[in-house]
Design a protein around this ligand. Structure first.
Ligand SMILES: C[S@@+](CC[C@H](N)C(=O)[O-])C[C@H]1O[C@@H](n2cnc3c(N)ncnc32)[C@H](O)[C@@H]1O
Length: 277
């Protein structure tokens, strides 16, 4: 008998998230910068950004490199609209955006020289199908680099609040572990990429530290955008006051000097598709 698989967290409403998502961008920019370094962009490259959200890392690529063509695809129309608006506002004509699920890329095989995906694959309904599609549309001799989040207890911008939930929410109201951490367990990302047919994968851990002026600044961001925003309506008034007090006290323990430093573990995977003989 096979073990029952753990319940999958419902997909966040990314169209609703589009309005506030950009507040997180400064914190995760180092991960995009590292992905860009890893893919070694060259003039003439045709590039794809999968699950491009409000335009990263594709906008950063387009700002830094002329002479390349960049296409971003994302399943959420509101995200795609934001990305396209930014590209237009900055006059970046060599980057464009389309609505498209990562599991069904509407491109011929062997189309792109470089592919990036920052914090997308682990959110897909079917991460193996998405990774298989990415590999299919990558040119032989091309390179892909993606990032996913590590395990939940390695995410200081999530775990200190997450671990308090059993003290404040009845079991029926507690959500399953969020999708963002689904490929964080040791071996999980490697398994998905191998199942999808990727070869020669190099994995690299990266700690990205979010800095906040105070616990309250963090609380405001965490509860106005992202995972905890959707959870707040489940709390009674009394529980919310107590939860906030505990959360602020726990976050305060991350103070170093004049800032709250919250380290988060990302895992980056890079692979070169073998050139055809
Ligand atoms: C955490 S955001 C990351 C956005 C962007 N890559 C960044 O790093 O700023 C995740 C994005 O994945 C998109 N997404 C989720 N499931 C998807 C799927 N099956 N296919 C394509 N995009 C998807 C969401 O719409 C959202 O824009």
């Amino acid at each position: 008998m096979t073990a029952p698989s753990p319940p999958q967290a419902p997909a966040p409403d990314w169209n609703a998230a589009a309005e506030t998502f950009d507040r997180w961008l400064p914190y995760i920019q180092p991960v995009g910068d590292r992905l860009i370094d890893l893919i070694d962009v060259r003039p003439g490259h045709v590039m794809l950004d999968v699950a491009s959200g409000t335009g990263e890392p594709s906008l950063s690529i387009a700002r830094r490199f002329g002479g390349v063509t960049v296409l971003g695809v994302d399943a959420a129309p509101a995200m795609v609209e934001k990305a396209a608006q930014k590209a237009a506002a900055e006059g970046l004509r060599h980057v464009s955006y389309r609505v498209m699920p990562g599991e069904r890329l509407e491109f011929p095989a062997d189309r792109f020289d470089r592919i990036v995906c920052r914090f997308g694959v682990m959110l897909f309904d079917d991460p193996v199908a998405g990774a298989r599609e990415i590999w299919r549309v990558l040119k032989p001799g091309g390179r892909v680099a993606i990032a996913v989040w590590g395990p939940i207890d390695q995410l200081a911008s999530v775990y200190p609040l997450w671990k308090l939930l059993p003290d404040f929410l009845p079991p029926a109201d507690r959500p399953p572990e969020p999708r963002m951490t689904m490929l964080g367990a040791p071996g999980a990302l490697d398994r998905v990429l191998t199942d999808a047919g990727w070869t020669g994968v190099t994995l690299e851990p990266m700690t990205v530290t979010y800095r906040f002026e105070s616990p309250t600044t963090f609380w405001t961001l965490a509860t106005e955008s992202g995972l905890f925003k959707d959870l707040l309506p489940k709390f009674s008034c009394h529980a919310l006051v107590a939860f906030k007090a505990r959360a602020l006290a726990d976050i305060a323990t991350y103070r170093h000097g004049d800032a709250i430093n919250l380290p988060n573990l990302a895992i980056l995977a890079t692979a070169d598709k073998p050139a055809e003989p």
